[in-house]
Design a protein around this ligand. Structure first.
Ligand SMILES: *[C@@H]1O[C@H](CO)[C@@H](O)[C@H](O)[C@H]1NC(C)=O
Ligand SMILES: *[C@@H]1O[C@H](CO)[C@@H](O)[C@H](O)[C@H]1NC(C)=O
Ligand SMILES: *[C@@H]1O[C@H](CO)[C@@H](O)[C@H](O)[C@H]1NC(C)=O
Ligand SMILES: *[C@@H]1O[C@H](CO)[C@@H](O)[C@H](O)[C@H]1NC(C)=O
Ligand SMILES: *[C@@H]1O[C@H](CO)[C@@H](O)[C@H](O)[C@H]1NC(C)=O
Ligand SMILES: *[C@@H]1O[C@H](CO)[C@@H](O)[C@H](O)[C@H]1NC(C)=O
Ligand SMILES: *[C@@H]1O[C@H](CO)[C@@H](O)[C@H](O)[C@H]1NC(C)=O
Length: 697
């Protein structure tokens, strides 16, 4: 621990006061100073001195060996060991731009070392480059050596060479001169100069331009000669004699090459040949530029000629008639040349053939070919020929069409009376486009043109009477021929449902407990019809039937009070659905119950009547007794028995029964209803039940 503390304090103190440390050798480096003389910014050729001064304090007379190191841009450039306290001098005689840089001096004594501050030396000014050429007058293709010198410069130097002020080459050297070889391909006077740059990382310094050196380049008298015969107007088919040759060939020893080309095809070439010859037939379509090229070393000599060749006849055109060809129908192909050189050719000199020749058409003379069309696609090309020249027309693709077949007419979906529906007209075969026309009563209604195989001819119509459906027909047409007419449209017409009627059997009035009920739903419209019976208040249908008849029956075999309610039916067919009116079903008491009630009532009435009669009699008996005393009594009336004929009218009774219960069933009491019924017994005797109740006193 103490050792560590001691070490730390020693390090710290040596850091803050390096000169204050007194060691065993008893010396201290106090200061290192680097100075640049005469200045840090100098021009070239100045004798520059770098002075490194070390301030060292020594105890006693000890002799210390000092190791000096000079750095330029962190690279060691000079070292020296000295035992005297004199300053170290590092000389840069006649300084150059290359000497520019950052300098530093380090002094090491025994194991201790100290550095000076960094000083930057800047040297400006480069020497003017000097250009030298080994020849001033040359023949084209001849080689010239150019040397560019940067007098007195050192370092890493790039040289640049300029021809007529355009840089054409550069060279990097570590010496102060560079040499290049150059050739002149163009005749005349050329000015050459050079310049250089010195690279002092990271900067570079550019010199001024050198002197101009002129070179005069003389033409080599050698030339390439291109000759094409015939000289005058050339027609296609003419023979062309082409020659490519050299004139004024001086030195036979040099190797040379000749090339004859036309456009991008090389017609002929030769090494050490002085003449190339080529024979060909002139063609009007050829690119007309011919070139004769001579290469001798670096020299290239070119002669060109543009040839214009007159057409003997133009490329044929191909036409077909009729424009629309149908399979196996007669067709005609005509080949024709629009223009021809009449000074060389007559119209009859041109012969025509068809390509491929094995087509089914027969030549009819003068470029006309006729015959029956094939039943598949075929490409025809006309070939016109005259004087050994053949010309092809563009290819004509003939796609023979197929006549459309007689169409079929049908209904897409269902034909519903009074509603729009779709009629489909379709032919099985036939080339597109096909025009389909819908007829009604032989009058065209509308036409649709089908151009794609994915399309269909669909017409939307509405009819109001079922008979109308058979009046539709359709026609398919894809040529100028008469189109084929379909059969009449035959299909079931669906009449929408209407007039739903509910009939109650036996009858609305005759529905008694224990009886039966038939509900009949009848309808107008096209079967099949689906009938559904509903009772109001219930979601589910009572019954569902699908029938091919126009009515349905819903049967309730045993009526009860609970069967009363509102009933209706619904009917559906392919066109629509309808609902009937509600029917109120009221189930009445059973007949026998009524009988009992009525019988009981009549009994009560009879009793009352008898009682009344008896009462009346007894009163009259008293009066007669009194009257017998005064007047002559009339002959007595023999009324021992009384018969009351009572008639019960069912209808009346029913009507009354609607209003109030007739009979509460507990006491056997007769209520108002019965009395009313009895009171209103009518005189009508038809359809009534008679009850004869003998009234016995
Ligand atoms: C060293 O000397 C130079 C010039 O004499 C002075 O500027 C510099 O401060 C000195 N350095 C030290 C560390 O004393
Ligand atoms: C530089 O020193 C050389 C000798 O080393 C001397 O000939 C020359 O004259 C000096 N140049 C200047 C500018 O003092
Ligand atoms: C060299 O020639 C160029 C172009 O003619 C000219 O601009 C330039 O001044 C000339 N240089 C010298 C050093 O004469
Ligand atoms: C002509 O010379 C060129 C280049 O020397 C060579 O590539 C070519 O093959 C030679 N042609 C003939 C026909 O000798
Ligand atoms: C006709 O020519 C066209 C285009 O040149 C080609 O696509 C087609 O296949 C040819 N038809 C026949 C039958 O050769
Ligand atoms: C088909 O109809 C179109 C227009 O509706 C017409 O231009 C064309 O000539 C017709 N085509 C035929 C073969 O009738
Ligand atoms: C039901 O069809 C018959 C014949 O099947 C017909 O006589 C009757 O009129 C039709 N009823 C209705 C309401 O259309």
């Amino acid at each position: 621990m103490t050792i560590l503390l001691l070490l730390t304090s020693t390090l710290l103190s040596s850091y803050f006061h390096p000169w204050g440390v007194v060691n065993a050798q008893s010396f201290t480096i106090r200061n290192i100073t680097l100075s640049i003389e005469p200045s840090t910014d100098v021009t070239r050729d100045t004798n520059v001195t770098l002075r490194c001064q070390a301030l060292v304090s020594i105890s006693g007379q000890a002799v210390l060996s000092r190791e000096y190191t000079i750095y330029k841009d962190s690279n060691v450039v000079y070292t020296k060991t000295s035992s005297t306290p004199e300053d170290l001098l590092y000389l840069l005689p006649e300084a150059r731009v290359f000497n520019t840089g950052k300098y530093k001096c380090t002094v090491k004594i025994e194991s201790r070392e100290m550095s000076s501050d960094v000083k930057k030396l800047t040297v400006t000014g480069l020497s003017k480059p000097v250009l030298h050429l080994n020849k001033g007058v040359v023949i084209e293709g001849e080689e010239v050596t150019a040397r560019c010198t940067a007098p007195g410069e050192t370092g890493s130097i790039f040289f640049y060479f300029f021809k007529d002020s355009k840089e054409f080459q550069d060279k990097h050297t570590s010496s102060n001169q560079a040499e290049i070889k150059l050739h002149f391909s163009s005749v005349g006077v050329h000015k050459i100069h050079c310049s250089y740059t010195v690279l002092v990382t990271p900067e570079s310094f550019k010199s001024e331009d050198s002197n101009n050196v002129t070179v005069s380049v003389k033409e080599l008298p050698i030339t390439a000669v291109l000759e094409i015969g015939p000289q005058y107007k050339i027609y296609e088919g003419d023979q062309l004699d082409i020659s490519c040759s050299i004139s004024n060939l001086l030195h036979n020893s040099e190797s040379f090459h000749l090339y004859l080309s036309q456009g991008d095809s090389l017609l002929s070439s030769g090494n050490k040949t002085t003449t190339l010859k080529h024979v060909m037939v002139a063609k009007a379509i050829d690119p007309g530029e011919f070139e004769c090229k001579l290469e001798i070393g670096n020299i290239v000599k070119v002669a060109t000629k543009i040839l214009s060749v007159t057409e003997l006849f133009s490329a044929p055109t191909i036409t077909i008639s009729p424009a629309e060809v149908f399979q196996r129908e007669i067709m005609k192909i005509t080949c024709r040349c629009e223009r021809y050189a009449s000074e060389r050719l007559t119209k009859e000199d041109v012969t025509y053939t068809l390509d491929p020749p094995q087509s089914s058409l027969n030549p009819g003379g003068n470029g006309v070919f006729s015959g029956r069309a094939l039943h598949f696609e075929f490409n025809y090309t006309c070939v016109a020929e005259a004087k050994g020249i053949k010309k092809h027309s563009e290819a004509l693709t003939v796609r023979p069409k197929v006549y459309v077949s007689v169409p079929r007419i049908s209904v897409d979906g269902r034909a519903v009376l009074g509603k729009p529906f779709k009629i489909l007209c379709q032919s099985d075969i036939g080339s597109l486009p096909i025009n389909y026309t819908l007829f009604k009563d032989y009058k065209p209604l509308s036409t649709t043109s089908i151009k794609l195989s994915s399309q269909q001819a669909i017409f939307t119509v509405t009819i109001t009477k079922p008979e109308e459906i058979n009046k539709f027909m359709c026609e398919a047409k894809n040529s100028h021929r008469e189109g084929g007419l379909s059969k009449n449209l035959i299909t079931a017409v669906i009449e929408p449902l209407s007039d739903p009627t509910v009939t109650v059997l036996p009858s609305l009035e005759n529905l008694y407990e224990g009886g039966y009920l038939d509900l009949l739903c009848s309808i107008r419209g096209t079967p099949p019809v689906t009938f559904k019976w509903y009772r109001e208040g219930r979601e589910q249908p009572l019954s569902t039937t699908t029938s091919n008849q126009n009515y349905t029956k819903h049967n309730i075999p045993l009526l009860s009070k609970e069967s009363s309610g509102r009933y209706y039916c619904e009917a559906f067919n392919h066109a629509n659905n309808v609902r009937s009116d509600n029917v109120d079903i009221v189930v009445q008491l059973a007949q026998w119950k009524k009988g009992v009630i009525v019988g009981f009532c009549l009994l009560v009435v009879s009793v009352l009547v008898v009682l009344c009669v008896l009462c009346f009699r007894s009163k009259r008996g008293k009066r007669e007794a009194a009257a017998e005393l005064s007047v002559k009594p009339p002959s007595p009336k023999s009324d021992d028995s009384l018969t009351v004929n009572l008639t019960y009218d069912t209808e009346v009774y029913n009507a009354a029964s609607d209003a109030a219960p007739l009979y509460d069933g507990t006491e056997g009491r007769v209520t108002n209803g019965v009395r009313d019924s009895v009171a209103s017994l009518p005189a009508d005797f038809s359809n009534r039940s008679s009850y004869s109740i003998p009234a016995t006193v």
